[in-house]
Ligand binder design. Sequence first.
Ligand SMILES: [Fe+2]
Length: 425
Amino acid sequence: MELSTQKLIHTFGALADLGQEIVGNGDFTEMVRTSMHLLLGTLALRRGAVIECSGPSGPLKCVAVWGLGDQMFSSLEIEEAEKQAFLSGEVAESLVKNSCSTNGFLNRHRDKLAAEGIELVFPMIVRGEVTGLVLLGGKASGEEFSNDDFETIRAMVRHIGVGIHTHRLIEQVAQRAEENRRVYDELRAIYRDTVRAFAAAIDIKDKYTQGHSERVGKYSEIIAREMGWSEEEVEGIQIAGYLHDIGKLIVDRDIINAPYNIDAKLSSELNRHPAAGYEILAPIRHPYADIPLTAKYHHERLDGRGYPDGLTDEQIPLGAKIVSLADSFDAMTTDRPYRRRRSFEDVVRDLRENSGKQFDGKVVAAFARAMLKEVKGETKERRITKVLGKSYLEGEHVPTLLSDLIADLEKPNHKDTKSQTVKMN
Ligand SMILES: [Fe+2]
């Protein structure tokens, strides 16, 4: 094979390798370094460097270097006019030793470059922009550069320039995505804070149930997480819990704060709050879809005896079933002026009896599992225990109560099955 054919094949091979390096998704600096080594290896050059323009003008940043000291690069600068000269083709690549060159960059840095053994300076031009420069030393053989060598170098320098340009674009996209994510997170935080402020406003109106909405939000979140919901859905149900009673804002304060037994008229007035909540929440663009429906249906029951629409089991959204349980659990486990909170045994009895009638057994079982994990110390956080007070879930009988409840509810023939629900209707 002729020497020139061999050289051509070698050059094509190097270009193919370079192309692969550039489209690879490895480390950027490593890509530039490998590309430069390919270039140096192809022509057997002693030294070289790839330097990047970091702004319209000013200092150049060394990305890869071989056979040269680093200190030289700190003093290299390029000016806008010098870039324009490269772009307009007024000057192309330049031989350092050509002292007649009109290249301003070269004229300013000639002595420094020559002292380091740099013989060639090539601009990397991509899409009308000088991305950086490639500096190359002489051949190890001491031979002069041929026209073929220049062609090879130009092709490889273009490849490296495209690699750097693409990397910058990817960085810009990533930066914008990061900015968007930050703005989105801020908006979510504002939304969450607003929701909590509303929850506090609801609870202030009801003097007997301070902090109720906050607790319902917390329990709902715990249940949904135990049921394997995604983090986004969990956050949604927490917000639905905070807002479930927002409709109470339109109910007269005296009715909300009336003693335990209220007459039918007042009761029907109070029972307007789920539908009113829906009316308030529906026009708002929530990041989570089911919040208005959860507020509307949090007083529905599986047996169809709830309100406002008397829905049955499968007609009730799962989110509403979760908030319904969280709501009732908080009502049973907090003191009211007219009664003390119920004992845990009593609450568990109520949950067992009403699973399949008022509550969804799967939701009750999930809540019981979450409580059992805390009681047994299987979770680091004690979120339910903290809300209920330390002593409430203490006692040797508590794990047994919860385990038995879970076992009952998870039996395949538990009353909370479809056939039983149909029978009850
Ligand atoms: Fe309610």
